[in-house]
Design a protein around this ligand. Structure first.
Ligand SMILES: [Zn+2]
Length: 451
């Protein structure tokens, strides 16, 4: 296996900003030091990082790579390649594939697919449904990143699990896993939907999506979940917070690593709001819906204040045809992994986040929150999951440089201020100047036993 010496890097990691050389031996970081000179007989590649910033690769804790079963939208190979070209080196995938990941057998089959096809490192959430609690609890906390209902349909009367409070009590009182949930109250959504349907029949205007799936629906449900989680001291993680109000319900007095209640924001809930429906239409139909420009700002504020612990993508590709049509037919979700890190870096250029805050929310903090072993920091002995970013060269999203299988992006024509230059996954140079140069699969993420 190749060794690599990265020279003259400006390293942003773990609250520090300094210049050093990094020697990668095989899969791992062997040495980080001001100046490294290797013995003459050593065989290695040298990368001159002058003018570039070296950060740990982004760990995206919320993706839908669509395999198995929905591979016309995307597959592990296509979406992980897109993720790498965006500086993401590890992902955690949701269980709403076909079949859904509701048994340990299906979970292991999915790991089998990833071992051959997923180019980033990976872990999978175990799905929660009405009938599989015992099976879900059997999953080892060392092998799955958590339990979740994300993307799954719970039952006829409660489409999402958070609305079935008795069941929530049962899970929260019996699980040692991290439990990550989607939070929107069905009763409120249903009432709003029926009102819109009465008024517009099947021609509900798209911007009503944020009136139907309202802030109230999110806030009401999140308050209920948090009160049950507090009662049982559950390790609960709220997925895709979309309102400033919900972010205020989370505490910032402890580090993410030791908190019992944590939260995630997505890139799209930081970027897009109800004013963008006119320009982007169905492409920005998400669940939870995008909210107001004020919510965008309050979510960013909560990130800075550490009320929101991490940024993820909820990357959920759909075929373009599934984003066209009447309100009811348009699928919620969109592809994000290729532009997520560049997107968060934009807040640095706007003076809203420091580079270290960007790294904290996309990598250091994710490793801490999920207690991932040996990743997420630039440390000797850790896996060499690294990204070199060029902060001087802008990057414009065009039709020809979108790498998703679905081939579209809500960021089309947007120019980011920086470019992903080189990406290393487990010490392999996987991507250089947006070109994938390695087909070596990533590894399964490992976790500390106690979370
Ligand atoms: Zn999701």
């Amino acid at each position: 296996m190749k060794h690599t010496l990265i020279k003259n890097a400006r390293i942003i990691d773990d609250g520090k900003d300094y210049f050093a050389d990094v020697y990668i031996k095989g899969n791992r970081i062997e040495k980080v030091s001001a100046s490294i000179n290797l013995p003459i007989e050593t065989k290695y590649d040298e990368v001159n990082a002058e003018g570039l910033v070296l950060m740990p690769g982004m760990i995206d804790a919320h993706v839908h790579f669509r395999e198995p079963g929905l591979t016309y939208k995307g597959n592990m190979r296509s979406e992980s390649a897109a993720a790498i070209s965006g500086g993401i080196t590890s992902i955690m995938d949701m269980p709403n594939t076909v079949p859904a990941v509701l048994t340990l057998d299906i979970l292991e089959q999915k790991y089998g697919i990833a071992a051959e096809n997923c180019l980033t490192n990976y872990s999978f959430f175990m799905g929660l449904s009405k009938d599989n609690l015992e099976e879900a609890l059997r999953a080892s906390t060392e092998d799955v990143c958590g339990l979740t209902d994300d993307g799954l349909y719970f039952d006829e009367s409660h489409p999402t699990l958070c609305n079935s409070l008795d069941y929530l009590e049962k899970i929260f009182s019996s699980s040692e896993h991290l439990i990550a949930l989607h939070s929107e109250q069905d009763a409120i959504i249903k009432k709003n939907y029926e009102k819109a349907r009465d008024e517009f029949k099947e021609f509900i205007p798209l911007h009503y999506h944020s009136i139907i799936r309202s802030s109230e629906a999110c806030i009401t449900s999140t308050k209920e979940i948090l009160s049950i989680a507090r009662k049982h001291n559950t390790r609960f993680h709220l997925l895709h917070v979309s309102t400033g109000e919900e972010a205020k319900l989370f505490d910032n007095t402890e580090p993410s690593r030791s908190k019992r209640l944590t939260a995630e924001a997505t890139v799209h809930h930081l970027y897009f709001n109800t004013d963008d429906y006119e320009r982007l239409g169905n492409l920005i139909k998400w669940n939870p819906s995008v909210k107001s420009a004020l919510d965008n700002r309050e979510l960013l504020e909560a990130i800075k204040e550490n009320r929101i612990d991490i940024v993820a993508t909820d990357h959920a590709p759909h075929a373009l045809g599934e984003k066209i049509g009447l309100y009811d037919a348009v699928k919620p979700g969109g592809p994000m992994v290729q532009h997520a890190l560049l997107g968060v870096l934009e807040f640095y250029f706007k003076g809203k986040l420091t580079l270290n805050q960007v790294v904290q929310k996309t990598s250091n903090g994710v490793a801490d929150l999920y207690r991932i072993k040996d990743r997420g920091f630039i440390r000797e002995g850790y896996y060499a999951d690294l990204v070199l970013v060029d902060l001087e060269t802008p990057y414009k999203v065009t039709e020809s440089n979108i790498n998703y299988k679905c081939n579209w992006s809500p960021f089309l024509s947007y120019t980011f201020s920086s470019t992903i230059n080189t990406v290393f996954v487990n010490g392999n140079k996987a991507c250089s100047n947006q070109n994938l140069i390695s087909e070596i699969p990533g590894k399964r993420l490992k976790f500390e036993k106690i979370r």
